[in-house]
Design a protein around this ligand. Structure first.
Ligand code: SF4
Length: 328
């Protein structure tokens, strides 16, 4: 059976229990997203709600999805301010499904996070030993993802879309970490045997994963490479800590914006980035962070906003073009 969730959570417990994780964001964006959004609106989500939230709710009309779900882990602190409303609608439409509440304490208090983790451990009935073994196996995959990421930003020759896809998929390893690992290894081999590229510009991408389908291919139609994906990289748990508790304390996304900005600035130096594109989703509370990103990030920032899934509109293309011209 499958355990779905609304953002990156400690998936170790799900694998250790012999179940399959499913990040509903990945399901939404790789499926018939526009249709899911339409469903979500019909199911009660106001039109002026973020498309991801509408789409995640709307996806629940898919029998193929709901028939395999055992429970949904809903993150009620440290993720989306809309999640409380989303959970209420889940309960209305899917009364048979169990909703497991999980929180990342805003103050990053280790004792509070420990308590949240112990709730997951007891729900899944997983022993400490099994958890250690599972984490260690997933960490082997994460190490390979780190290797791939290092190669892509030093070789400067991978398609940004491929890199973004690998990193964002680490939240559930596409439901099969062995197959996922094989794909990462194939991409490592490919990059190792590829000559180094020489783009004129090195760009970073920050903010929530974009809903715009051709953003990276458009950017790379210029002499530019996107070689840093802030939130996606965070999902991949790059620091590989020794315990689950330490791992999810090192995760930046659910906590404060300042540690994220600090990391972005480190990576600007490490990856020699010429500019940062900060993406904000329409109707998302995280848009408020744009102000601090513009003030505190130490590279020229372009703030982009997207709403519905689909290709870039002409106005955004022109903004991107003038940003690139300014940097060249
Ligand atoms: S983009 Fe913002 S509003 Fe939409 S689901 Fe993510 S956190 Fe929530």
């Amino acid at each position: 059976m499958t355990i779905a969730f609304t953002t990156t959570i400690p998936q170790e417990y799900i694998w250790a229990a012999g179940l399959t994780p499913l990040d509903l964001n990945n399901y939404f964006i790789t499926g018939d997203s526009r249709h899911f959004i339409g469903n979500g609106e019909q199911m009660g989500m106001p039109r002026s709600t973020c498309s991801w939230i509408k789409g995640i709710l709307g996806a629940m009309q898919e029998e193929a999805l709901t028939s395999k779900l055992q429970a949904i882990i809903a993150v009620t602190e440290g993720d989306c301010s809309n999640n409380h409303g989303l959970i209420s609608l889940f309960k209305y439409y899917l009364p048979h499904l169990e909703i497991i509440h999980f929180s990342y304490p805003a103050d990053k208090n280790p004792e509070r996070l420990k308590l949240e983790l112990s709730k997951l451990q007891s729900y899944f009935g997983v022993s400490d030993e099994k958890l250690v073994v599972t984490k260690s196996r997933l960490d082997q995959v994460r190490q390979k993802v780190n290797r791939y990421d290092y190669l892509q930003y030093t070789k400067l020759n991978a398609a940004a879309k491929v890199t973004q896809n690998i990193l964002v998929s680490t939240s559930d390893f596409d439901g099969n970490y062995e197959k996922f690992e094989e794909n990462v290894v194939a991409n490592i081999n490919l990059l190792e045997n590829t000559p180094t590229g020489h783009p004129s510009l090195r760009l970073g991408y920050c903010g929530v994963p974009t809903i715009i389908s051709d953003l990276f291919t458009y950017l790379e139609s210029f002499p530019a490479k996107v070689i840093f994906f802030e939130v996606e990289k965070d999902f991949s748990m790059p620091t590989i800590e020794s315990t689950v508790l330490e791992q999810y304390l090192a995760f930046r996304y659910p906590y404060d914006i300042y540690s994220r900005i600090h990391y972005i600035n480190e990576q600007i130096l490490e990856r020699k980035l010429d500019g940062i594109i900060y993406y904000a989703q329409a109707f998302c509370h995280r848009q408020i962070d744009s102000f601090l990103i513009q003030k505190l990030v130490k590279a020229p920032v372009l703030i982009l906003e997207g709403d519905a899934p689909g290709a870039l509109d002409m106005r955004t293309k022109i903004r991107l073009e003038s940003y690139i011209e300014r940097l060249l």
